[in-house]
Design a protein around this ligand. Structure first.
Ligand SMILES: Cc1cc2nc3c(=O)[nH]c(=O)nc-3n(C[C@H](O)[C@H](O)[C@H](O)COP(=O)(O)O)c2cc1C
Length: 327
């Protein structure tokens, strides 16, 4: 199955580090790319807009310098995520900066990517669009995207409800292009599993929060270690769209996870809601998101260490497949 030219021979393992609100900043993205994993971040993490200009230059320069100094290394391209829902008032300012810096991969979420596809293709970039179901996948393909990201059940952030075992084969019936799968992928065996299912790349978010380079407070990283899949609450209460959150962080903010007030409208920006004490609680900043994969997170390594470990796990499965095939 095809990978866009920009990705061919550039990854050390078929993984894209998924964009994460607040968590993904240049430190994480650069470490991911230098380890051979596509690093990405939502443009909204760079505030004010002028910081986005600086970040894009910084990522490009740092990964370019690393590649030059390490000619044998596979240094992956980076991606910038654009939320294309109308509640994102920054899109009109952020997209021109992506065009100016010729961002290699633009990841679009929540909306129709047709216009962005035209603008990104014009400078030679590629667009991956994330979806959670067949209908939105078909629409993204009609819009001309280069890759489809299936965000499946158990994912961190705005997760879907479908199992990848159901969604991947159904999408593969009509989509021969690049296919990514996300949701609770925490190790190299799971990366290999999405390929066995018929996808090209694993889309990994939560596991990267528990790395040294991620922009998350130590308490958030520790909560990932201390939580299991049972400690995740799936609710539309904070952004208007169902998402997975760490239950302990909801309790820590003084809210009852089983009795949350629905938000009532979609808000992809830092959602603020008053609690009973009229304190302001910010979703994503005070209420922490993660997916079902937290049960497999036991440490906070560097990105380089984590990727090396995933590569070993991935290779072990590939070798065991080969041994089984030879029997
Ligand atoms: C803390 C957090 C923030 C996220 N923010 C975004 C975002 O800004 N844009 C986006 O497209 N997806 C966002 N996501 C979803 C991820 O890009 C990805 O789909 C998901 O993390 C994959 O599932 P996993 O966390 O189980 O690996 C976020 C996920 C998390 C955990």
């Amino acid at each position: 199955m095809p990978l866009p030219a920009v990705l061919q021979g550039r990854s050390s393992i078929p993984v894209v580090g998924a964009p994460m609100f607040i968590v993904s900043t240049p430190d994480l993205v650069i470490a991911q790319c230098n380890a051979g994993v596509v690093g990405s971040f939502p443009s909204l993490n760079a505030r004010p807009v002028s910081l986005l200009d600086e970040w894009l230059a910084q990522i490009s320069e740092a990964t370019g310098a690393f590649a030059k100094a390490n000619p044998g290394a596979r240094v992956a391209p980076y991606a910038c995520n654009q939320i294309i829902h109308k509640s994102n008032s920054r899109l009109a300012q952020d997209l021109p900066l992506c065009i100016k810096h010729k961002v290699p991969i633009v990841i679009t979420s929540v909306g129709n990517p047709s216009e962005i596809v035209k603008e990104v293709h014009a400078y030679g970039g590629v667009v991956f669009h994330d979806t959670t179901n067949i209908r939105h996948t078909e629409k993204a393909i009609e819009a001309g995207v280069d890759g489809v990201i299936l965000v499946c059940a158990g994912a961190g952030g705005h997760a879907g409800t479908m199992s990848p075992f159901a969604l991947v084969p159904q999408v593969r019936k009509f989509w021969k292009g690049t296919l990514l799968v996300g949701g609770a992928i925490s190790d190299g065996a799971a990366v290999r599993a999405v390929q066995v299912l018929g996808a090209d790349l694993a889309y990994v978010g939560s596991r990267f929060i528990a790395t040294r380079e991620a922009n998350a407070v130590p308490e958030y990283k520790q909560m990932l270690i201390d939580s299991g899949a049972k400690d995740i609450t799936y609710t539309p209460a904070f952004s208007g769209v169902p998402a997975n959150y760490l239950t302990k962080s909801i309790l820590g903010a003084g809210l009852d996870p089983s009795n949350l007030t629905p938000k009532g409208h979609i808000d992809m920006d830092l959602g603020t809601r008053p609690d009973e004490n009229e304190k302001k609680i910010k979703a994503w900043k005070d209420i922490w998101s993660a997916g079902h994969g937290v049960g497999s997170i036991d440490d906070v390594p560097s990105v380089a260490e984590l990727v090396e470990r995933m590569k070993r796990e991935y290779r072990a499965v590939v070798e065991s497949d080969r041994a089984m095939a030879a029997e």
